[in-house]
Design a protein around this ligand. Structure first.
Ligand SMILES: Cc1ncc(COP(=O)(O)O)c(C=O)c1O
Length: 367
């Protein structure tokens, strides 16, 4: 076949490395997976209300979904207190990141982002032939806002902030966000990724909606993949000024969120009990894992999420493989540039115990 030349920038794009799927581990290693703690999903599963809505919607999948997500957008709008016109529902927050890049980045224009953080900011920028300016977090994984603001120039279009940050679990503080908003030029869009927003327990945490209402050029991103337990259905949403949402809608596919996902998300939104149970499970698990990992000599960074970034003080690629063979999947830190760290999702009580049990077996075999 004749070689078809592709766009030159594609060689600069690194493919996303997802957490290893359960099916793949079971197929390749012939082990039964006891805990998948690699992708920060809700380990309690989906809300029973969402499951019922999914079953009921099955009879109607011959029909295209409502491209505007009318009912889900209205339900979300009244839940969080914004106008439905300030919302766009997407095929996961991932799609929102692509649509934002497609809407705002011309070839050669720049974006600024923290590192380590969610790799899709760099991906979305590069797909559009933009130039990512990657600014390291401080040693304790707090934001180095001065360094990020210094990376802004006349070519900058987007300033990405992830809070709580993936993979570190740390947050941006209210004074830091306000400093960024006050010092950024007015034509730079702030994309505030809040995929783990519902897990935050810090009492002084900011409310992104206040800044959107005050007219700052902010897009907040949230998702049904984490606390709402619907990662497999792919539903996220963007909150911003109506003009921004209008522009984002102009590059959206007509039926980007499927019918089943829309009704499941609307049902999950109603299930406060499931959200509360999920938060309680995470808080319990956090306490157990912090205590036990510390007593094994490992360091856990403080987290405001359903996962912990752990400094294992040894190459985690090997530890990851050993845990895999024992049916536990975690996320080694090498892909984030931290080969001695790993990100561990806080599981159910049983999953956390299994993880600790297998980890202790590995550690004691080395002594
Ligand atoms: C910080 C962050 N943003 C966005 C996403 C993507 O979420 P979604 O599953 O809604 O595409 C993730 C998923 O892990 C994430 O960690």
């Amino acid at each position: 076949m004749q070689i078809i030349s592709k766009r030159a920038n594609l060689d600069t794009i690194k493919a996303y490395v997802p957490g290893k799927p359960v099916e793949e581990v079971e197929r390749e290693l012939g082990v039964k997976v006891e805990a998948k703690l690699a992708s920060n999903e809700n380990t309690l599963g989906p809300s029973p209300l969402a499951v019922r809505a999914i079953i009921e919607s099955a009879d109607h999948v011959n029909l295209y979904p409502d491209g505007s997500c009318h009912y889900l957008r209205n339900a979300l709008a009244s839940k969080i207190g914004v106008d439905p016109g300030q919302l766009m529902v997407t095929n996961g927050a991932d799609e929102a990141l692509s649509l934002i890049a497609r809407t705002y980045i011309n070839p050669g224009e720049e974006t600024v982002m923290p590192d380590p953080s969610f790799p899709q900011y760099e991906f979305a920028t590069r797909v559009m032939d933009g130039k990512p300016q990657v600014v390291p977090l401080r040693k304790d994984f707090s934001y180095d806002l001065d360094a990020m603001l210094s990376a802004v120039n006349e070519h900058t279009r987007i300033f990405y902030l992830c809070s709580p940050n993936n993979p570190t679990g740390t947050i941006l503080t209210k004074p830091e966000l306000e400093k960024a908003l006050d010092q950024l030029p007015g034509n730079v869009l702030v994309v505030l990724d809040e995929a783990y927003y519902e897990y935050v327990t810090e009492p002084d945490y900011f409310n992104a909606l206040d800044y959107i209402r005050s007219g700052y050029p902010v897009i907040a991103l949230r998702t049904f993949s984490k606390i709402y337990g619907l990662a497999g259905l792919r539903v996220g949403y963007a909150i911003a000024d109506e003009m921004i949402i209008k522009d984002l809608n102009s590059v959206r596919e007509p039926f980007n969120v499927n019918r089943v996902a829309q009704v499941a998300a609307a049902a999950a939104l109603e299930d406060d009990q499931h959200v509360t149970r999920s938060l309680e499970t995470v808080e319990r698990g956090k306490e157990l894992l912090f205590g036990e990992l510390k007593s094994l000599g490992f360091y856990c960074y403080p987290t405001q999420t359903n996962f912990i970034f752990v400094d294992f003080r040894q190459p985690t690629d090997q530890l990851f493989q050993e845990l895999l063979r024992k049916g536990i999947i975690i996320r080694p830190g090498g892909i984030y540039g931290y080969p001695e760290h790993a990100r561990v999702t806080i599981g159910t009580d049983m999953e956390n115990k299994k993880f600790l049990e297998k980890l202790k077996e590995i550690v004691s075999a080395k002594v």
